[in-house]
Design a protein around this ligand. Structure first.
Ligand code: CTP
Length: 397
């Protein structure tokens, strides 16, 4: 789950369970930040959450503003894709239902317009009190999801409804809510990945450093967003993602054939494969034996697959990649126009944290109207989401 998740922790004994929720979310790949109310810090130390999430925990309304582009409640609300409030006390529910913003958490939630899951946890009588029930109804009516508390022994010595559900259950609920984003349902996307392999003889080949990771992440995100996905991959050591059609190829000519077979039936092609520009003119049928001091291999040009697709395309959205080592924007822009693409993802493969074999990338998206979106260093999974969101926007226009 490559999401930015903001967890609001309010002052209930069940706060300790949320440490495990944060840990599970983090392990599943999410970026997690925590806001605690002052009362919450009576139950769990902010340091615990800080260690688990690797992020500073926010408590104060007027904390360290210097680290934020905007004031803190706005920047956290902008940053997060999703908010979880657990445990949510009766006091928190009452304040939020009435739009009261008297601490960092209630202020942030007022500035947050994305999906929210609230997990109430309190004494049974407090939970069943008509005031609390009315506040929960108000929140539900505003589209806030409520995870009902479980029944069992409560910290106050009584037993009944009011326990915070187990961390596994809370995480499953988050997963369910986030997977409702099927912005690509009904669409078919072809993704290419990995490097092509151009045979020299039955033993050797010309290859490149592509790991296939970027394309595999794009294919995964497209599946999660509801698309039917065909992933055509050259050489890659990675495990093929699930729930898609996986086609393994070697040479560029083979990749071209596989792509052309599917091209008419897809809505978009995202060409992240590193296709060899040249192949061996006549690969040897037998292993080449060592002989003279020098060995010359004759290479011939491979077809430029993406350029060909650019000429053939009807309504398909075409996305290319430009892995450069210099003059990035200039070279990428040239490819964008020559290959008739909707946008191109350009990166400097020599920059630290970008390029082949690493799990992060530093990329820019260049559009036909000259607009350039430059992204910070981010995981390839997060960049995949940015790319797919833009493809979905183009397809759903
Ligand atoms: N591409 C392709 N067929 C090729 C070469 C590249 O379809 N024979 C695609 C790549 O998958 C990528 C885009 O074209 O999406 C740009 O690839 P890149 O290797 O950066 O550019 P080239 O056009 O090969 O130009 P050069 O190698 O001179 O930079």
């Amino acid at each position: 789950m490559q999401k930015n998740i903001l967890i609001g922790v309010t002052g209930g004994i069940a706060a300790y369970k949320v440490v495990e929720v944060a840990s599970r979310l983090k392990k599943s790949g999410a970026n997690v930040k925590i806001i605690m109310t002052k009362h919450a810090t009576e139950f769990v130390s902010p340091r615990t959450f800080q260690e688990i999430t690797n992020n500073a925990v926010s408590v104060e309304m007027f904390g360290d503003a210097a680290n934020f582009i905007h004031v803190e409640h706005i920047s956290l609300a902008d940053w997060a894709d999703f908010m979880l409030i657990a445990p949510a006390t009766a006091n928190f529910l009452a304040k939020t239902a009435h739009g009261i913003a008297d601490d960092l958490l209630t202020t942030t939630i007022l500035a947050f317009d994305k999906k929210i899951l609230v997990c109430p946890s309190m004494n049974t009588k407090m939970f069943e009190n008509p005031a609390t029930q009315a506040n929960l109804s108000t929140l539900k009516a505003r589209g806030i999801k409520i995870l009902e508390p479980a029944s069992g022994n409560l910290a106050c010595g009584t037993s009944g409804k009011g326990r915070l559900p187990e961390p596994t259950e809370i995480c499953a609920e988050i997963e369910k809510i986030l997977s409702e984003e099927k912005i690509l349902s009904g669409k078919k996307i072809l993704v290419t990945a990995g490097g092509t392999v151009e045979a020299i003889d039955p033993v050797r080949y010309i290859g490149n450093r592509s790991s296939g990771r970027m394309g595999f992440e794009i294919a995964k995100v497209a599946v999660n967003f509801g698309a039917e996905v065909v992933l055509i991959s050259g050489k890659s050591e990675l495990e093929p993602p699930k729930n898609l059609e996986f086609i393994k190829v070697e040479a560029a000519t083979e990749m071209r054939e596989a792509i052309l077979k599917h091209f008419d039936s897809v809505d978009s092609v995202i060409m992240s494969a590193a296709v060899a520009d040249y192949r061996i003119k006549t690969p040897s049928a037998q292993k080449i034996k060592k002989s003279d001091e020098n060995l010359t291999l004759e290479l011939v040009k491979n077809p430029d697959i993406l350029k060909e697709l650019g000429g053939l395309k009807k309504n398909q959205i075409l996305i290319g990649f430009a892995a450069e080592t210099q003059n990035i924007l200039e070279y990428a822009n040239k490819k964008l126009v020559e290959k008739n693409l909707n946008f191109i993802v350009a990166n400097d493969v020599t920059a630290e944290g970008a390029g082949f074999g690493v799990s992060t990338n530093i990329a820019s998206i260049i559009w036909r109207n000259g607009r350039v979106e430059s992204f910070e260093k981010m995981s390839k999974a997060a960049l995949a989401e940015k790319i797919i969101e833009r493809v979905a926007n183009l397809l759903n226009r």
